[in-house]
Design a protein around this ligand. Structure first.
Ligand SMILES: Cc1cc2nc3c(=O)[nH]c(=O)nc-3n(C[C@H](O)[C@H](O)[C@H](O)COP(=O)(O)OP(=O)(O)OC[C@H]3O[C@@H](n4cnc5c(N)ncnc54)[C@H](O)[C@@H]3O)c2cc1C
Length: 414
């Protein structure tokens, strides 16, 4: 256990960013450490000093969304920060929230010996993905002894001996040592002086246009989690490129139609574009195909001793001959959870991107395939120049293969 935590601390550089600061300074960037606050157009106050610039970019990120549970302040609560820096694993853990973060945490804590319960208010885990993902994940978690309570909310907490007792809305009570909050994130918009530039945040985040310009104000931009568009590193990076291009005078608009995402659960859940439900909400008539990997491909055990999962490519139906995709998911596959070293999988992207895995063949045989998704502009396969989602997809053999294949068919169709 000690070696694992030492390795994790090494990977997160013991939360010391001095190397990064030095790297930026070498590139000519001035780094000022302190709490920044807008103080008017083109002005930021920090450490009692006012900095002025022609362009200001707000990138203050997000913070954990703590649900209104009475008495939570009386018990031991961890957010992702404590959970991912702990050197001790409590005997009992109650996780509030069954999205990707809650699910990932449940597995590593359980595998380290904790007795873990997840309480999730929607009816399924990972409810922003297709229901199939939630079903598969719930089954997998329960198989390894994690208690999953969906459709229920934590409402009260109190101290109970050395630990805590948490009451749910159906009257059930769960005893735990630590409550882990994984109930989503909210954009960090308070106390940053938005009123000095006349910007009103919405519940979702900062209102940006498709150039990432804040409320259309010249010289004021926002990117990343604070915009509430999609809380992923690669989306922040993508928006960073949009902002940089626009500042440098190269007109560029963001397109969020095909955002890929991966949950590093076991089995892994990976998706891009719209879920079936979202597509229907947007009035898109879709065709979808669901496959059982174990039956649909000849060698499903190439990457797994116990292959399972269901790739679900979706395409827009209607337009004759059109293969324009709207999204897809791949539920299953290898896992490489953040912070857990020594798990194989890191090389899969390389293999998959060389079309070396069977999945592209599988997808090629589908009527719609993933095809020409909005993801392609965004996944930025522009001439193969950059591969901004490679990191995100690195262990997701299926989705990276799917996207690689989609890109290939997309380029061929031009
Ligand atoms: C547990 C967890 C797991 C995740 N896993 C993934 C994943 O697998 N893949 C993925 O793509 N994304 C993942 N994410 C999301 C990802 O971390 C975020 O989308 C990404 O960090 C957003 O980048 P950002 O620059 O907008 O914000 P941040 O990375 O939050 O950076 C904002 C920075 O601004 C600083 N700041 C805030 N206010 C001020 C101020 N007033 N003055 C000065 N500084 C300020 C903050 O301290 C922070 O350092 C995960 C998030 C969590 C919590």
């Amino acid at each position: 256990m000690k070696e694992l935590f030492d390795y994790r601390d090494y990977m997160i550089r013991n939360l010391d960013d001095s190397g990064q600061v030095e790297g930026y300074e070498k590139k000519g960037v001035t780094v000022v450490k302190g709490e920044g606050r807008l103080s008017g157009p083109g002005k930021v106050e920090v450490n009692g000093e006012t900095l002025e610039a022609e362009h200001v970019i707000v990138a203050t990120g997000s913070e954990p969304n703590v649900p209104p549970v009475e008495g939570l302040d009386e018990v031991t609560v961890w957010t992702n920060r404590e959970a991912t820096t702990t050197r001790e694993v409590p005997d009992r853990i109650l996780i509030i929230g069954g999205g990707p973060n809650g699910v990932e945490a449940s597995q590593w804590l359980s595998r380290f010996g904790s007795e873990v319960t997840i309480v999730q208010s929607p009816e399924s885990l990972m409810n922003r993905e297709d229901p199939e993902a939630g079903r598969l994940i719930k089954e997998a978690l329960e198989d390894e002894g994690i208690r999953v309570l969906t459709g229920r909310k934590a409402v009260k907490a109190r101290k109970e001996g050395e630990g805590a007792a948490v009451e749910l809305d159906d009257g059930a009570e769960i005893e735990t040592d630590v409550v882990v909050i994984a109930a989503g994130r909210k954009p960090r918009t308070e106390g940053i002086g938005l009123e000095t530039v006349g910007v009103e945040p919405t519940d979702k985040g900062l209102p940006i246009d498709n150039h990432c310009r804040l409320d259309g104000i010249p010289g004021l931009w926002a990117l990343g989690d604070v915009t509430g568009v999609a809380l992923f590193t690669h989306v922040a990076l993508y928006q960073g490129r949009i902002v940089a291009d626009n500042i440098l005078g190269k007109e560029r608009r963001a397109d969020y139609r095909g955002i890929p995402r991966v949950a590093f659960s076991d089995p892994e859940v990976a998706a891009c574009g719209l879920t079936g439900e979202r597509a229907r909400e947007e009035g898109i008539d879709i065709a979808a195909a669901t496959l059982d990997v174990t039956k649909a491909i000849a060698r499903p055990w190439t990457y797994e001793e116990d292959p399972r999962g269901t790739p679900v490519p979706r395409s827009r139906s209607g337009a004759r001959g059109s293969r324009r995709g709207v999204g897809g998911g791949a539920f299953g596959g290898r896992v490489d959870p953040p912070g857990l070293p020594g798990r194989p999988g890191a090389d899969l992207n390389r293999e998959a991107s060389g079309l070396g895995c069977p999945v592209p063949h599988l997808l090629r045989s589908l009527p719609g395939g993933i095809g020409e998704t909005g993801a392609l502009e965004q996944t930025n396969f522009n001439g193969g120049r950059d591969w901004i989602f490679a990191k995100q997809l690195r262990t997701s053999a299926w989705v990276s293969s799917a996207v690689t294949w989609a890109h290939k068919s997309w380029s061929e169709s031009r």
